[in-house]
Ligand binder design. Structure first.
Ligand code: CTP
Ligand code: MG
Length: 386
């Protein structure tokens, strides 16, 4: 199935959440709610461009949130959610759009599994598919504080977003329903006689609506875990007059052989960073023989690993590097190497440790054939919630 574009409605005033600021712009764990929703959508497979619908009164806030994402320009919404969705649908290119997903900016916990279920249901030929969760409480109909009757909860379900539709069908349904006030797109589809399938929703996919929901969202979005990665590397000596170790030039009667500057200290550091992120190894990111990396300083590799950390919102807690060689003697360079590594990582020097050791003349390092390194890196990463 082609990538499905998403209409993300973010034009509401978020009044029930209080705080005076529309809830989609209110920060949770340092980032606006809308940012978290975008991040979740971007992590899902099979989705196309995300068309945001905003209230132009808050265009400045919106700009700030989306600056780091590559998104189509927002369109202006209306006074009701239904009007906002219609504005989003009208903004898509009709000729190229087969399906569409419509999602609330206030649901940051949207996940890949649910998206797959929706896609599967559309693939089975349904005009629409929406995620629902079962009612677990007994449900009453009330009037003025008095219970009127008990409803059969087995026939009831709570609807979530994203809701997925055939584009031409939902566009026609929305156009036909304009002026009514329906609270989700399935209701618009039903009103137009479309067949909408129910797929399993997710109790965790809450719509952040009240101040209490913000507390709940912060607890989930702010959770982190600690991970350790290790690195190991060896480079042989070759004719030359200096070696690069942990970003520091050290005069020697040989150099280290390798594609880049053969900085074994930085190589093990990067490998350990990649390991902790679960992002493969040096060979995956910097293939041997790739002309792009020939002769480059290994500090560039550290910069790439730091970019990967930023993408994942990871924080370096500690890096511990061990260099193993008989010669050159490294003890007097330890402090400079520590400073340089901390600088490359953008952390306090106290988060970096450099150890040097010989192997008592034993093995290939003992025979002076090369230098070996190993590292352990500890990272703090957000716990994935989807
Ligand atoms: N929405 C919209 N345009 C509107 C009203 C709502 O795009 N005129 C969007 C909201 O921004 C939200 C989603 O529809 O992402 C679901 O609506 P709701 O949770 O009700 O949000 P608000 O209407 O903003 O909040 P409230 O009802 O508490 O004022
Ligand atoms: Mg509302």
């Amino acid at each position: 199935m082609d990538a499905i574009p998403v209409i993300l409605v973010a034009a509401g005033r978020g009044e029930r959440a209080g705080a005076g600021l529309p809830k989609q712009y209110r920060p949770v764990c340092g980032k606006p709610l809308l940012w978290w929703t975008l991040r979740s959508l971007m992590a899902c497979e099979g989705l196309g461009p995300i068309q945001i619908v905003i209230n132009p009164d808050f265009a400045d806030l919106h700009e700030e949130v989306v600056a780091e994402f590559d998104l189509p320009s927002p369109v202006s919404g209306g006074a009701t959610r239904q009007e906002s969705v219609l504005a989003g649908l009208e903004a898509l290119e009709s000729g190229n759009t087969r399906h569409v997903m419509i999602h609330d900016a206030a649901r940051p916990f949207v996940g890949n599994d649910m998206i797959l279920r929706l896609q599967e249901s559309l693939g089975e030929g349904n005009a629409g598919a929406i995620p629902v969760v079962a009612m677990t409480d007994t449900v009453k109909r009330c009037d003025g504080g008095i219970i009127i009757e008990t409803l059969d909860r087995s026939a009831l379900a709570r609807a979530q977003t994203p809701q997925a539709f055939r584009y031409d069908a939902i566009l026609a349904a929305h156009r036909a329903a304009a002026g009514t006030e329906l609270t989700d797109d399935a209701a618009v589809a039903e009103a137009n006689g479309l067949r909408v399938a129910a797929v399993a929703g997710d109790e965790g996919n809450i719509k952040v609506t009240t101040a209490e929901d913000f507390d709940l969202a912060a607890k989930r979005l702010g959770r982190t875990e600690t991970r350790v990665g290790t690195g190991l590397d060896v480079h042989a000596f070759a004719p030359g007059d200096h070696v690069m170790l942990c970003g520091v030039r050290i005069e020697h009667d040989a150099t280290l052989d390798g594609d880049s500057d053969a900085d074994v200290g930085l190589h093990v550091l990067v490998d350990a960073m990649l390991g902790a992120m679960g992002a493969g190894d040096l060979g995956v990111h910097f293939p041997v023989g790739d002309p792009a990396w020939k002769g480059r300083a290994s500090s560039d590799l550290v910069a790439v690993a730091c970019d990967l950390m930023r993408e994942r919102h990871a924080r370096l807690i500690h890096a511990d590097i061990t260099l193993i060689c008989q010669k050159p003697r490294l003890a007097r360079h330890q402090s400079a190497m520590k400073q340089r590594v901390a600088e490359l990582l953008g952390v306090e020097p106290s988060r970096v440790n450099i150890k040097v050791t010989s192997t008592d003349g034993l093995g290939f390092t003992g025979r002076g054939e090369g230098i070996a390194g190993q590292a352990a890196v500890t990272l703090e990463l957000p716990v994935p919630w989807v």
